[in-house]
Write a protein that binds this ligand. Structure first.
Ligand SMILES: Cc1ncc(COP(=O)(O)O)c(C=O)c1O
Length: 434
């Protein structure tokens, strides 16, 4: 090539949640029965979609309009519904024109960072959901700037770390909050959110709050949406979607809600860029937007989500009981959603530890795959080869903390108990092996 065509951020793109599938499929080919605990798709994991939701989608599809384009910002009835919901829930005024639909939040995340000025940075949590950290890093052509989520303090954000990084790095223009969080499953207390809002207010920053799991909290901490905390001055983007709560990840339907836009002319211009970018794409998928008011507005919806969250709560308890007393590990109990992350303490993992694998071909393959990988990925690969359980190394979430994330999605509780039992035994045996 006479000109280098590679994007400056090319090395920043990684998504281990799906990357690990390549190894899992090879192991499947060698006869290992894989238990998929890597991806947060309730439907793929066997949760059934209620008939009443299917009926709404089927009826919506009978309307020819669902086959057409929708307005750039999204179907008007869907935006009116969301704005009315916010007012009903908390008296917050959200104008329908300040809602913009995307093809899933993955699309929203990509556009939000792509159209930021290159030198402007959004600092995010560490560990980080990789779609955010990769997209933000790729936009800047530099590693993502992060603040610490502390596993010794319930995975809460380290406020001093945020304050210092904002104070000493003028490139930080915004702070990302993921609440409830992926991969930790934590819900942030009101006081933590208030402190982050205060920092944004003091330094003239905007906030991004990814609340894709908003209705799935099941612990003692009540999920507090950002729009209830920001007041009427801090510009913010709140991200919500259909993927996890309905659940309908295949709808590829998510949206952003823009708060306090008019407080800053630069923010007004930036948000207009996002709308213009969506206009170039024409619009987002129409069918799920048309079905949205009927699904989310149905009297059965709240109970449907609550009963799912109750099941995750029970599985969080089961996993917590299996993991909480393993020496050399930290496994704070999640308060929401369907993820559980376990961290190995410093110095616990080394590159001589293994698990027994009887089959010579499988052993040879895992030995080859574990060359030059992070210590937690090494554990994850041995775990998969020895037990079939496929989890995601925490290093895939842009962190130096070694560990892994699994899901709480398995609908069969007995099978789930077996899985966490296998993981717990594997951790103990792996640590003890060297
Ligand atoms: C925190 C978070 N944000 C966004 C997404 C992407 O969701 P969507 O299916 O809407 O693209 C996910 C998916 O797992 C997620 O965990």
């Amino acid at each position: 090539m006479r000109t280098n065509i590679v994007h400056e951020g090319a090395d920043e793109l990684s998504y281990e949640i799906r990357g690990i599938v390549r190894v899992a499929e090879r192991l499947q080919g060698l006869g290992v029965d894989i238990v998929w605990e890597n991806i947060g798709d309730p439907v793929a994991k066997g949760e059934s979609v209620p008939e009443w939701i299917k009926d709404i989608v089927a009826e919506t599809m009978r309307d020819d309009a669902s086959f057409g384009y929708s307005p750039t910002k999204g179907v008007t009835a869907a935006r009116d519904f969301i704005a009315a919901e916010r007012f009903r829930e908390s008296g917050v005024i959200l104008r329908p024109e300040d809602i913009l639909f995307f093809n899933g939040l993955g699309d929203a995340i990509s556009i939000v960072y792509t159209y930021l000025r290159r030198s402007a940075r959004v600092m995010g949590p560490c560990p980080a959901y990789p779609t955010h950290s990769s997209a933000e890093a790729a936009h800047a052509g530099a590693p993502h700037i992060t603040y610490t989520l502390d596993p010794r303090n319930g995975w809460y954000p380290d406020i001093e770390d945020i304050r210092n990084k904002v104070r000493y790095n003028p490139a930080v223009a915004g702070i990302l909050i993921i609440n409830p969080d992926n991969p930790t499953g934590m819900v942030y207390p009101l006081s933590v959110l208030e402190e982050i809002v205060a920092i944004a207010r003091e330094y003239g920053l905007f906030l991004v709050s990814d609340e894709t799991y908003a209705m799935l909290s099941h612990g003692s901490e009540k999920m507090m949406p950002l729009y209830e905390v920001i007041g009427d001055d801090v510009p913010a983007i709140v991200m919500r979607g259909l993927s996890k709560e309905v659940p309908w990840p295949g709808s590829r339907c998510g949206w952003i809600e823009v708060y306090n836009k008019d407080r800053d002319p630069v923010f007004v211009r930036y948000i207009k860029t996002l709308v213009d970018a969506k206009m170039l794409e024409v619009c987002s998928t129409t069918l799920p937007q048309m079905a949205l008011p009927r699904i989310l507005g149905d009297a059965r919806f709240a109970e449907h989500v609550r009963s799912r969250a109750d099941k995750y709560l029970r599985k969080a308890d089961i996993a917590c009981a299996a993991f909480s007393d393993i020496p050399g590990t930290l496994a704070p109990r999640p308060e929401s959603s369907f993820y559980y992350s376990l961290v190995f303490e410093d110095g616990i993992l080394n590159d001589t530890q293994t698990l027994p694998i009887a089959d010579a071909a499988i052993r040879a393959y895992v030995e080859e795959e574990t060359r030059n990988v992070t210590p937690d990925k090494r554990f994850v690969l041995y775990l998969m080869a020895a037990t079939g359980v496929c989890v995601v190394p925490l290093s895939g979430f842009n962190t130096d903390l070694p560990g892994f994330r699994m899901t709480l999605l398995e609908p069969d509780e007995e099978k789930f108990k077996t899985t966490v039992g296998d993981i717990s035994d594997a951790i103990r045996n792996y640590i003890a092996s060297a």
